[in-house]
Design a protein around this ligand. Structure first.
Ligand code: ADP
Length: 191
């Protein structure tokens, strides 16, 4: 059994939480591009400084920066047997790059998860999280912009993965445990 997965979903759909739980249950690392960028920001690395203005505005960091970061991360030994990519790919060009990165190693994705949630639910969760964690990139206009970018650039990837018979759509609304079980059940035929 191998688990090479991507997880997509609008910000606030509980994607990060569920990615971590799935990773735990499946015994693979989570690779979150958002977390990677945030730690670069915190370390004030050169990459962090290049990414900052895009993140602050809720825009995507340019593909060449993101693609190189993901390529390097996927080459780490802990990702050899599987991974859950959270936050990548975010647009069609990144999806293509991912496919080439994997093809170069002779591997392929097992599934692409789309965690769905209705907009009201998502906004409510985000405002709560902003209050609790005080994430610097969680101001209301930035949240709005990110949801728009998701709808424009990331949501269309679902169709692309559906064509390849990789898409697994799961409703992200409900108790956290319930959603995790739903995800595991939906993934089972793909693993
Ligand atoms: N694959 C990616 N391509 C470009 N930018 C990205 C990518 N992943 C993360 N980012 C940048 O990092 C920010 C935070 O990412 P993330 O934590 O995944 O967002 P969210 O909170 O929307 O799930 C994004 O708004 C974007 O600027």
């Amino acid at each position: 059994m191998s688990a090479r997965l991507i997880i997509m979903g609008p910000q606030g759909a509980g994607k990060g939480t569920q990615a971590a739980r799935l990773a735990d249950r499946l015994g693979v690392p989570t690779i979150s591009t958002g977390d990677m960028f945030r730690s670069h920001l915190a370390e004030r690395s050169e990459l962090g400084q290049r990414a900052q203005r895009y993140m602050d505005a809720g825009e995507l960091v340019p593909d060449e920066i993101t693609d190189a970061m993901v390529r390097e991360r996927l080459a780490q030994p802990d990702a050899a047997e599987g991974f859950i990519l959270d936050g990548y790919p975010r647009n069609a060009a990144q999806a293509q790059v991912l496919e080439s990165i994997l093809a170069e190693s002779g591997i392929a994705l097992n599934a692409a998860i789309e965690l769905t949630a209705d907009t009201d639910e998502v906004v409510e969760r985000l405002l709560k999280r902003a209050e609790e964690q005080g994430r610097a990139d969680d101001t209301e206009p930035v949240i709005r912009r990110r949801l728009a970018v998701y709808a424009e650039q990331t949501a269309p990837l679902a169709a692309l993965y559906a064509e390849k018979d990789l898409l697994v759509q799961v409703d992200g609304v409900g108790e956290m445990d319930e959603v995790t079980e739903r995800l595991l059940a939906a993934l089972e035929p793909k693993l």
